[in-house]
Design a protein around this ligand. Structure first.
Ligand code: ATP
Ligand code: MG
Length: 151
């Protein structure tokens, strides 16, 4: 149903801030998407919470996270991304992180997880006819993003 995306994003950030308190600094960047988009509020909030939880978990030395939003009028889509400055993911493993139960070896030794969060995110974004992806560099950080069609 038509939902204000900005509200969904701020709910997700609030939830994360309440859980992690002052340990994490979440910054907003870009124009806030004060627009109505047909979406499942609970599920899109879940995607953001999974992105944010990962961003914090996999960046033990740096607690800065940036949420960027961009409305692309030409492509008729909105793009939401979560950037961290953590351990990063090697190039050739980036596609696999969306697979069920996949975990990057190096990080699974250090951090707990099931390897299911991003798989769920990818299923939810597929149901919304959007795209999901990541760009990342080892020891520099990662940006996970999703897009949603405006109509
Ligand atoms: P959970 O099911 O509890 O979320 P998880 O975090 O291991 O467990 P996913 O969220 O699906 O599972 O992520 C899959 C794998 O991708 C992770 O195990 C980790 O190796 C890698 N990964 C995900 N997000 C990041 C990130 N922000 N930085 C570095 N690696 C990441
Ligand atoms: Mg996870």
């Amino acid at each position: 149903k038509p939902t204000n995306l900005e509200g969904v994003i701020s709910n997700a950030i609030d939830t994360i801030v309440q859980t992690h308190e002052s340990r994490v600094k979440i910054k907003r960047d870009g124009v806030k998407p004060d627009i109505l988009i047909p979406l499942d509020e609970i599920r899109i909030e879940q995607v953001l919470i999974n992105f944010l939880t990962n961003a914090i978990k996999y960046s033990p030395q740096n607690n800065q996270v940036i949420v960027t939003t961009f409305v692309d009028e030409e492509e008729q889509e909105v793009r939401v991304s979560v950037t961290d400055f953590g351990i990063g993911i090697p190039d050739f493993k980036q596609e696999a992180v969306f697979n069920k139960f996949y975990r990057v070896e190096e990080s699974s030794l250090q951090f707990q997880g099931m390897g299911i969060g991003l798989f769920i995110c990818s299923e939810i974004i597929k149901q919304h006819h959007g795209n999901i992806g990541v760009s990342s560099k080892v020891d520099e950080g990662s940006t996970f993003y999703f897009t949603l069609p405006l109509n």
